[in-house]
Design a protein around this ligand. Structure first.
Ligand code: GLA
Length: 400
């Protein structure tokens, strides 16, 4: 994350623990007890596999959501955001009820976390919270998970709840599923809670076993670029839930608990069994091949062959585009242009239908590849993309 009071290069807005604490004091009239941070993420490989009990490999971005917070003794939750319009949102914690509405405002996410903690029987009380974020919203970079997880971590600290990062991620996911009403998997919240600097996180979303895989891009003369297409991505619009339902339909048809349980070696038989349902068949093909790609990427990274993962990223993109059908013109243009300009590989990242692509590229080629993507967007009449580097960064932590 950026240092105290520094301007974040991506947003030009002041960002940092001291700045956030000072804003808290200006809003609430006293200094906060503490300030916590949680990052956005990109997913290197393993897309839409998390709700199929499969494998994912996200890494945390340097962009963070900060929360300055103090406990309150009167059961009131007050929420304020430096980035959102409007004033303080004030709620009574014993009146919080899930009314799932993915279009609800930002305050539903932290309110949902308080609700989920209380539902789990944790002794959490009221609080004042002020947020400040450099995680781009609607860009497929998990700004929601950052907001949830930083809230969970702050309350964990204020109320000495003793929850482990993965437990906080679960509570955050519960908030998003039940309180906000988005049927997301566990990847984004786990990434925000559990990633470590310099690593990609290999997560088995069924067993919730984690392995930090060294991902020293700079040391290897590589760069991972993020291309935010600026096409707004919305998880709540039904298409995500539709893909999820299709995968569950596939698992039922194949007689397995989840598509994770279809071995890659048995894919031809599985696909043959779904011949009368080409839509489900294509969804299954994506999930089974994608889980296999994650395992291949892990093996290559373990062998120190980082450059060799490039083609797997690009194959993964084709699978998301053609089988899972969640890409869009801008994402395809970013991926195709980057590859034509000499990238090692590229793919869309996150939920899809807009948002961001990632591009693995030699350090020396990064400026030319970025410029080629920007030019291609201009030539196609698309809004200028925002391109920045994904430096594998720390997961959620206390900053002050
Ligand atoms: C969104 C969801 C995640 C995951 C990805 C796709 O980011 O929140 O749980 O399903 O989409 O991989």
């Amino acid at each position: 994350m950026t240092a105290h009071g520094a301007a974040d290069p991506a947003t030009e807005r002041p960002h940092g623990a001291q700045h956030t604490a000072a804003e808290f004091a200006a809003v609430y009239g006293a200094a906060p007890t503490g300030t916590w941070a949680a990052p956005g993420r990109v997913n290197l490989i393993g897309e839409h596999t998390d709700y199929n009990d499969g494998f994912v490999m996200p890494l945390a971005l340097p962009h963070t959501t900060l929360a300055a917070a103090s406990a309150r003794t009167d059961g009131v939750l007050r929420l304020h955001s430096g980035g959102a319009d409007g004033g303080i949102v004030e709620l009574r914690i014993d009146a919080l009820r899930p009314e799932p509405d993915p279009q609800a405002g930002w305050a539903a996410y932290p309110a949902g976390v308080v609700w989920a903690m209380r539902e789990a029987g944790l002794p959490v009380g009221g609080a004042d919270l002020h947020y400040d974020s450099t995680v781009p919203t609607g860009a497929g970079l998990s700004s929601s998970a950052a907001l949830e997880v930083v809230t969970a971590l702050a309350l964990n600290g204020l109320y000495a709840l003793g929850q482990e990062p993965q437990q906080l991620a679960r509570l955050a996911q519960r908030a998003e599923n039940a309180f906000v009403g988005v049927p997301c998997g566990i990847m984004d919240q786990t990434a925000a809670a559990c990633c470590t600097a310099g690593h990609a996180l290999f997560l088995d979303t069924r067993a919730l076993t984690r392995r930090q895989i060294p991902f020293d891009l700079a040391g290897e003369g590589l760069r991972l670029l993020v291309v935010d297409t600026r096409v707004k991505h919305e998880l709540g619009d039904g298409a995500y839930a539709e893909r999820r339902a299709g995968c569950e339909r596939g698992a039922r048809a194949l007689g397995v608990r989840a598509l994770r349980d279809v071995p890659y070696a048995h894919l031809p038989e599985a696909l043959a069994g779904l011949a009368d349902d080409p839509v489900t068949q294509a969804l299954v093909r994506h999930i089974v091949t994608e889980n296999h790609r994650v395992e291949e990427v892990v093996a290559l990274l373990d062998a120190g062959r980082t450059r060799a993962i490039g083609p797997l990223l690009t194959t993964g993109h084709a699978s998301l585009r053609d089988d899972f059908k969640i890409s869009c013109r801008e994402l395809d243009l970013a991926v195709d242009t980057a590859n034509a300009a000499g990238a090692l590989g590229a793919r869309m990242t996150g939920g899809g239908f807009g948002g961001s692509a990632i591009v693995l590229v030699e350090e020396a080629d990064a400026p030319a590849v970025g410029a080629a993507v920007t030019e291609a967007f201009a030539a196609a009449g698309h809004a200028a993309p925002r391109i920045f580097e994904a430096v594998p960064s720390a997961g959620a932590h206390r900053v002050e």
